[in-house]
Design a protein around this ligand. Sequence first.
Ligand code: BEZ
Ligand code: FE
Length: 288
Amino acid sequence: MRSVTKDNITDVFRSYMADDMPPRTREIMSALVQHLHDFARETNLTHDEWRKGIAFLEACAAIETEDRHEFVLASDVLGLSSLVDMIHSSADATSSSVLGPFHVSGAPPLPVGGDMKRDFGGPILLAEGTIRDTEGNPIGGAELDIWQTAPNGLYASQDEAQDTFSFHGLMTVGEDGRYAFTTVKPVEYTVPSDGPVGDILRACGRHPWRPSHLHFIVKAPGFRTLVTEIFPDDDPYLDQDTVFGVRDDLVMTYHERDASDFPEGMALSGKVDAPFLAVEFDVVLARE
Ligand code: BEZ
Ligand code: FE
């Protein structure tokens, strides 16, 4: 096509695509370009604004490293990561939520009843529950990969003072599907805002805070792997998570319990001498 206009350029783009390209690639590219062109037409995008967009992408690429995933962070704060999660969440299973960039693979085994708090200060949290299928049957042998920040709000990979696997644990549940562990009560924290994504947050008058949470990846043969988080119902940032990760079924009450209520059979049994917090959170996995 020689006479390309602002009104026909989207169709011209489509006409340039090869007839034998994979249908899904055609669908994705066609819709992507449609929305990009509509975005420019609708906003009457100027050259300066277009250049700022390109500069943003270049700045993301410039600071991208193995430990710093600025493009993923951009997707997170724009709500795209959460939208993709929600589009593919199973209606009758526990909701999924953002993975985030701070999970470290290969965490050491954490036995059922084990402790992740060690000598860190802060309130003890006892987290327990059952991994079930959608009919309510326990899923014996399911694997629970757990991670969170230290009380300073930093993940192990962000903090030289922590071991590689600090506040990371990999638990295999027994035949009853029950998991239980102690940790420190998670704290709210900020996502990295010293790069181009921080500029977007500031340009939109937004803060970088996430409500406190525990991260879980739950796996079992024959079931869809679930990446999720649990949040306490009294967190001040619950209604304004900067990465849009909160879902109703992921919000739980942390109950305060007397030291004398601390259960037997845990790594910390007999060592708890002050009130502690407890949360019960069952995880429902969908079949593959
Ligand atoms: C997190 O929860 O670890 C996280 C999620 C998205 C962006 C940054 C951090
Ligand atoms: Fe997190």
